[in-house]
Design a protein around this ligand. Structure first.
Ligand code: DX5
Ligand code: ZN
Length: 227
């Protein structure tokens, strides 16, 4: 029995073999992942560089999954429309990268995607206070963005709880996503704190039995299905 009716698994393709991206996307969807999470990094907002809209455009025709784009880039407003025309279903911007956060969220919705805000571990949830009506998804980073394979930061758990309370006071549905160090060991903590979308890279693609087994183990740990 699920304890969170709308719990969804969002495999991060950052942890996949870049030489077989399409196979990885297919494997995730076949294993029942509802979201595919794309970590876009520019070498400026974060030290690392990953991939851009070309990868998303290439995978769009082969997948029915919700394409969840996480922009770890400076001035994300420059690229919102391009990512959406490439196939994004949701575009999440880092609050720290947006001088005019409300404007950027409205821009994302106007261009036809769900609008998300990501918060670094050191960023308080209060930055959401005046944009809750403009948001469809809040992403609480549970590591500092930039790299896969980092250890989960437990100090982010109270923030997940507080954001869940804020969502409870709004009048429209908002997903609460967590990202970084999520695996069978941390899933139940974040779900209990209120998260309903679990991003995971290393714990899924690093599973020796394959990504499908990784997804199954994560669902079990999150309480979504029986083990
Ligand atoms: C970190 C990214 C994450 C990352 C998660 O900057 O936003 O999506 O890929 O990777 P794991 O699950 O390995 O911590
Ligand atoms: Zn991410």
């Amino acid at each position: 029995m699920s304890i969170v009716a709308d719990l969804r698994i969002a495999p991060s393709l950052l942890a996949a073999d870049f030489g077989r991206f399409a196979d990885a996307a297919r494997d995730c969807e076949r294993a029942g992942a509802e979201f595919l999470h794309f970590d876009v990094m520019d070498g400026m907002f974060v030290p690392n560089i990953s991939f851009g809209m070309g990868a998303i455009r290439a995978l769009r025709p082969i997948s029915q999954a919700h394409f969840d784009i996480h922009l770890m880039i400076v001035q994300p407003e420059r690229y919102v429309e391009e990512f959406i025309s490439a196939g994004a279903n949701s575009v999440t911007v880092q609050a720290e990268a947006c001088v005019h956060l409300q404007r950027t969220l409205a821009q994302i919705r106007k261009a036809g995607a769900k609008a998300g805000v990501a918060l670094n571990p050191a960023t308080p949830e209060s930055v959401l206070e005046y944009v809750m009506d403009d948001v469809d998804l809040v992403l609480v980073m549970t590591v500092n963005p930039g790299f896969g394979g980092q250890a989960f930061l437990p100090a982010t758990l109270p923030k997940v709880r507080r954001v869940r309370e804020m969502i409870g006071r709004t009048r429209h549905p908002i997903d609460l996503e967590v990202d970084g160090g999520i695996g069978a060991d941390t899933a139940s903590q974040v779900v209990k704190a209120g998260a309903n979308v679990l991003v995971a890279g290393t714990s899924l693609f690093g599973n020796p039995a394959g990504v499908d087994e990784g997804i199954r183990a994560l669902r079990t740990a999150a309480g979504l299905s029986e083990g």
